[in-house]
Design a protein around this ligand. Structure first.
Ligand code: PMP
Length: 407
């Protein structure tokens, strides 16, 4: 019986633009740490929709909050006030330690918001001549896919053919203060940086880098803006990844897990003195901060606290890292490195011996969802609700896949 999955894959192939190359698994439903395909086969989800599903799929409390809100009101736009946005942002700001937040939908939109805020701050507060403000970004960054955001990318595959690009970005090497100093000019108004570079393959900063970067920014009146779209809300075993560095950024970008695994919800957070660069009409989004999104995200924050997902991520992340290091010891020729923080671990394969894509495909056949990033790294970012036993199961399948690789 061919096969409903083949027909569905073919329908996507025919009618969906070819900007992704999905693994050939057709997901029909999901619950917590598992998904099921159209043939009823169950998979352990160890990629969590690129860290968007930190609360587990369809968390009952978050679903209930959505259903309650769907009996009231979903969308009005911000032309009017609502009874869910204020309480949500109050909670979010208290939790993150900032005075205000600007709600958007996707991560890339919140990054765009940060870029606009930094530029206006540079021109209006720092007094740079209008149109000259520059932002420093790290090589190998990932901040999203809009035209301005890829203008800040150093990655040819994200950029090729999409120019002309937005000017005003300069690159430094992640973790290297010498190159930060060299890239800084009198027009530098901000540094936009991921505390851990996610899409680059879970690249951790060297100890002390962020403290030195914070001091450099302070000494030169430069804003430090942390893109925690992927690293934030418990993924690294702290609420925010910048906490590992003992610093506080001037602004914070959140997305992905903020939507509780249900909806696109993002936010740009800062204190009033920075946020006041936005006057009415200067920025916005029809759906940003809509009533349904606010209700869902608010419940997602409560669940994160009530279920102590941050502490889970720290404890279980230690276990995941140790287990994967065990696999490295077992297969030293295949696995070149294992690195991560919390439930966010990258396994660097030796491309001479194993292709990350092939490993991910074989893992899916074995019933575990993971994701390759670039040619060599397998990324694990399971829901923070995962258990020790499920981690063991996932890592066992991974070891079996490596053992069965040809050659
Ligand atoms: N910033 C970071 C650090 C990300 O990892 C991502 C997504 N991978 C984004 C921004 C963009 O988010 P979105 O896909 O929701 O636009």
């Amino acid at each position: 019986h061919p096969i409903r999955s083949e027909l569905l894959i073919e329908a996507e192939r025919q009618h969906c633009a070819p900007n992704y190359q999905p693994i050939p698994v057709v997901i029909e439903r999901a619950l917590d740490c598992h998904v099921w395909d159209v043939d009823g086969k169950r998979y352990l989800d160890m990629m969590g929709a690129y860290s968007a599903v930190s609360h587990g799929h369809l968390h009952p409390r978050i679903v209930a909050a959505a259903q309650r809100q769907l009996g009231r009101v979903a969308v009005t736009s911000r032309a009017y006030h609502g009874d869910t946005l204020g309480p949500f942002l109050q909670k979010l700001c208290a939790l993150a330690g900032f005075e205000q937040a600007l709600p958007m939908n996707t991560g890339a939109e919140a990054v765009e918001t940060a870029i606009k805020a930094a530029r206006r701050w540079g021109h209006q507060v720092r007094g740079l001549p209008d149109g000259t403000a520059e932002i420093l970004v790290a090589r190998q960054n990932f901040h999203g896919r809009t035209t301005t955001v890829i203008s800040a990318s150093s990655e040819p595959s994200y950029r090729a053919g999409f120019g002309p690009f937005t000017p005003g970005f300069r690159w430094f090497d992640f973790g290297d203060m010498v190159s930060v100093r060299a890239a800084t000019t009198a027009s530098t108004c901000a540094v936009l940086v991921e505390p851990v570079q996610g899409e680059a393959g879970i690249v951790l900063p060297p100890p002390g880098f962020f403290a030195a970067l914070r001091a450099w920014c302070d000494a030169n009146r430069i804003l430090l803006i942390a893109d925690e779209v992927q690293s934030g809300l418990g993924r690294t075993g702290r609420r925010f990844a910048f906490e590992h560095e003992g610093i506080r950024p001037d602004a914070l970008i959140l997305g992905k897990a903020l939507g509780g695994g249900l909806l696109p919800v993002s936010a740009f957070l800062a204190d009033r003195r920075l946020m006041q660069v936005f006057s009415p009409g200067s920025h916005g989004s029809t759906f940003g901060g809509n009533a349904l999104a606010a209700a869902v995200a608010h419940e997602a924050l409560r669940v994160m606290e009530d279920e102590q997902l941050v502490a889970r991520s720290a404890a279980l992340g230690t276990h995941l890292l140790a287990r994967l290091r065990g696999v490295q010891t077992q297969w030293p020729a295949l696995v070149r490195g294992v690195r991560g923080r919390g439930l966010w671990v990258g396994v660097e394969l030796d491309p001479a011996h194993a292709s990350a894509r092939e490993v991910v495909e074989r893992m899916a056949q074995a019933g575990v969802l993971s994701k390759e990033t670039h040619e060599t790294v397998i990324r694990f970012a399971p829901p923070l609700t995962i258990t020790r036993a499920l981690i063991d199961e996932g890592v066992d399948r991974f070891a079996e896949v490596l053992a069965a690789l040809p050659g």
